[in-house]
Design a protein around this ligand. Structure first.
Ligand SMILES: *[C@@H]1O[C@H](CO)[C@@H](O)[C@H](O)[C@H]1NC(C)=O
Ligand SMILES: *[C@@H]1O[C@H](CO)[C@@H](O)[C@H](O)[C@H]1NC(C)=O
Ligand SMILES: *[C@@H]1O[C@H](CO)[C@@H](O)[C@H](O)[C@H]1NC(C)=O
Ligand SMILES: [Fe+2]
Length: 479
């Protein structure tokens, strides 16, 4: 049931939208406000952080894609008491584990915190489109999970991705995670800033990396999360003698970077179903001639839109952001890479970092060359759509102040917690949704059909706007 307050909100938003339609203006700044949980972390003794029963039971289980094309997964977990075994038994029938894979483990310190034993085990040679059950070996404390492999790489393979950023470990984070888990999406594109453990000091940093691993396990043990790194992964803490960037993150979260010929786990790419997903690192060198720049130069050439029509880029710091928070922090990466995004007709660039939601029109700002040319973003049908989904719900709270007036490039923005889904139907069509957290109701928010940049027909900017506004108004009146 919709309550009185919310009806008033809806009517207000609809009225604003209608006035926008009538005045024929551009973007939408949604005034929707809902009550939220306080932006504080869930207490350590809460059940979401529960340690699994049994001596040395594997915990913080998470999987990610293990190769270029989706026939492998990397299974990772932590054993708290002793190294134990790095062995995974698996098979296509529950309880019948015909196959076995052996991984490796390591442990480390962070200040005086001593980590458990972090295991990473590559399981390869899998069949596509198959449900696998797996058991992480730990004697009487062994634990069992399952995952489903993607369809083989094919231009019309349908696949539903979830998109989550800046998650943290508050009750808002929990709400996002629970909503996401009901979305039916098959894998997560994670946009960086995982645990926010760096908001703590000394031994508590390691402790909060552990709690986060247990917090997300109900999803990460069953479907791959493709990781990208944010500023909260850097963990540069000279006051406690910790100066190796990304130390906690890289120990715990792996990526299949070698499979895409990358030299560093912080940037890599994978192909999954009909998508080619490129992951960049906002906090590693990326200017011309750096390893990341040279790798991306080569990787764009390897993209084959005949095989993978959907070209998706992930990064942490957004390039088109009209929020006061982190304003212009993406400018340096824009200067380095935007020309390629346009040249290679990237479909969509997802970023996090700003704790709000924002979507751009297809624009580019590549004509300015420090001597002449346009000095501002202009409509460009070859450009990607830029979407910021930094609204996972961490302890820093929402970024509620947007720059006014709303820039022409900004199509929709709202400071609420949520996640997105990209439901790829075939080589031409994908249905995109932004899903604001709400109390179990289906909430109409930002939704549109994304037409593929290589196979789809480009639609004109004005048309997209009109259609978009109409669909939002109709949905919200209906809900
Ligand atoms: C790793 O664990 C072993 C015990 O299994 C311990 O002796 C060693 O000090 C640990 N290493 C680090 C870096 O914490
Ligand atoms: C800069 O851009 C202008 C306008 O597109 C062009 O005429 C000029 O040749 C460019 N200059 C350089 C150095 O690329
Ligand atoms: C692609 O998917 C869209 C949306 O489901 C559908 O309307 C369209 O007919 C499909 N195209 C092909 C070639 O199957
Ligand atoms: Fe961030």
């Amino acid at each position: 049931m919709i309550q009185g307050m919310e009806i008033r909100h809806l009517l207000l938003v609809v009225a604003v939208l209608l006035s926008l339609v009538l005045q024929g203006q551009g973007g939408i700044t949604s005034s929707y406000v809902r009550s939220e949980w306080p932006a504080v972390d869930i207490p350590l003794d809460h059940k979401v952080f529960k340690v699994p029963k049994g001596y040395n039971a594997p915990q913080q289980v998470h999987i990610t894609q293990g190769d270029y094309d989706g026939k492998a997964v990397i299974i990772s977990w932590v054993t708290p008491d002793e190294p134990g075994s790095s062995t995974v038994h698996y098979g296509a029938v529950q309880g019948e584990y015909d196959f076995v894979a052996k991984g490796t483990y390591s442990n480390y310190t962070f200040y005086k915190y001593k980590s458990g034993y972090t295991h990473h085990c590559l399981v390869s040679g899998l069949e596509y489109n198959t449900k696998y059950y797996y058991k992480i070996e730990s004697g009487e404390s062994s634990r069992e999970f399952w995952f489903v492999t993607p369809p083989h790489v094919h231009p019309d393979a349908s696949y539903k991705f979830g998109i989550i950023g800046d998650l943290g470990q508050t009750f808002n984070s929990l709400s996002t995670l629970e909503h996401y888990m009901r979305s039916g999406a098959q894998a997560v594109l994670f946009l960086g800033d995982l645990s926010y453990a760096d908001r703590y000091q000394y031994n508590d940093v390691g402790v909060r990396w552990d709690t986060w691993g247990r917090f997300v396990e109900p999803s990460t043990a069953y479907q791959p999360w493709l990781w990208s790194a944010g500023n909260h992964e850097v963990d540069y803490m000279p006051y406690m003698g910790e100066v190796t960037p990304f130390k906690n993150y890289l120990e715990r979260y792996t990526t299949p970077y070698l499979a895409s010929k990358s030299s560093n786990p912080l940037w890599y790419s994978v192909r999954r179903a009909s998508a080619h997903i490129i992951v960049l690192s906002s906090y590693s060198p990326f200017v011309k001639y750096t390893p990341q720049w040279r790798w991306l130069d080569e990787e764009f050439k390897r993209v084959d839109r005949e095989k993978t029509p959907w070209l998706i880029v992930l990064m942490h710091s957004p390039i088109y952001n009209s929020n006061e928070a982190h304003f212009k922090e993406g400018e340096s990466m824009r200067a380095a890479f935007e020309e390629w995004f346009v040249e290679y007709r990237v479909d969509v660039v997802f970023a996090g970092h700003v704790h709000a939601y924002e979507r751009s029109y297809r624009v580019s700002n590549v004509r300015y060359n420090v001597s002449s040319g346009d000095r501002f973003p202009v409509p460009d049908t070859s450009a990607p759509v830029y979407i910021t989904v930094g609204d996972g719900g961490n302890q820093e709270g929402l970024a509620g102040r947007f720059m006014e007036p709303q820039p022409d490039y900004s199509a929709f923005r709202e400071a609420s917690y949520g996640h997105s889904t990209l439901d790829i139907k075939n080589r031409t069509h994908a249905i995109y949704h932004w899903n604001r957290n709400d109390d179990g109701k289906k909430v109409a928010t930002d939704e549109f059909v994304l037409y593929n940049q290589y196979w789809g027909k480009n639609i004109r900017r004005r048309k997209l706007k009109k259609h978009y506004i109409k669909s939002v108004v109709v949905d919200w009146i209906a809900s």
